[in-house]
Design a protein around this ligand. Structure first.
Ligand SMILES: [Zn+2]
Length: 308
């Protein structure tokens, strides 16, 4: 089974973890974007990492990973709501042709931290409306997606965490392990548990991460370990955009700006960066938008481009 997350616990070694494997759900993202191989594959790794992180952090809401880049990629965004769905997008730097050739093995740092100005942000948006949104922004630290996430977890959660990630045009996968606190009735004699499980994790290849199910990955890596496995939890691609949200975004843009677009075009067309859905507002629709109460919120994560 792919397009799922699988939790596991290696109790004697005081290590817990998650495995993710994506196929059809990942292709929903790939099919919506024209991207160089390296940019696409790093996005796949970020999707896998975000899903692993969302499954690990104790939080009821949407986890959003964002990387603001200063290289060929200006922005990566991955959003994981608590219902097992996700969406993801990339924005290339202005002037960079999305069909540009960048070798597939190019590390994340070369794409988003070419001049040392990359930033990595994790946002937690509570499920309940009105609850405060928390955001942690850290400088970009590391070469690969896995290293950036490991450094973030070490800083923010202070839990030793390791990740192995891989993606290609059709599949994306990853493994996350975390060291559990050793108190609370866990055996202390297995002192090399954490290094041993990490060493086993290091043996996984990108090909394996992209070709087998979470159950097979767990078996291949930890067949000698005494482990407990949870039920696989299904994952799917879904976008949160709606006409209402786009209307809210146009209101934030302001009446003057919207009117200036309408002097050049019959309609304002807004396309969602995540799913490519187009929303069209004619002059009447736009006038109605500005008759209502002031905009109170906007979908800052969608941030679609107004094309005119
Ligand atoms: Zn959308």
């Amino acid at each position: 089974m792919t397009d799922c997350l699988q939790r596991f616990l290696i109790r004697p070694a005081a290590v817990r973890g998650e495995v993710v494997s994506l196929s059809a759900a990942w292709r929903e993202v790939v099919d919506r974007h024209v991207l160089p191989a390296a940019v696409r594959d790093r996005l796949g790794e970020l999707v896998a990492a975000a899903l692993l992180l969302a499954a690990t952090i104790k939080f009821d809401g949407t986890l959003i990973l964002q990387i603001h880049g200063d290289g060929p990629v200006a922005l990566y965004v991955v959003e994981c709501p608590p219902d097992g769905s996700f969406r993801a997008t990339v924005r290339m730097r202005d002037g960079v042709d999305p069909a540009i050739s960048i070798p597939a093995e190019t590390p994340l740092s070369a794409l988003v931290n070419a001049n040392g100005g990359g930033r990595f942000a994790v946002t937690l948006e509570p499920r309940e409306r009105g609850q405060p949104v928390t955001q942690g922004i850290v400088p970009f630290e590391g070469e690969t997606v896995a290293q950036v996430l490991e450094n973030y977890m070490a800083r923010s959660e202070q839990i030793p965490t390791r990740l192995w990630l891989a993606a290609n045009a059709t599949l994306a996968g990853g493994v996350l392990i975390q060291r559990l606190p050793t108190q609370g009735g866990l055996p202390v004699e297995d002192t090399d548990g954490w290094p041993r499980i990490q060493h086993l994790g290091d043996t996984i290849t990108a090909t394996e991460l992209c070709s087998v199910t979470p159950q097979e990955i767990l078996h291949r890596l930890f067949w000698q370990e005494s482990k407990e496995e949870g039920e696989p939890r299904p994952l799917h691609f879904a976008c949160r955009c709606s006409r209402e949200r786009v209307g809210g975004m146009l209101k934030m843009l302001g009446e003057t700006e919207v009117e200036s677009i309408l002097t050049e075009r019959e309609n304002v067309e807004v396309r969602c960066d995540f799913c490519n859905q187009a929303y069209t507002f004619d002059a009447v629709d736009c006038a109605q938008l500005f008759l209502g109460p002031e905009a109170v919120s906007s979908d800052v994560m969608t941030d679609p481009k107004v094309r005119h």
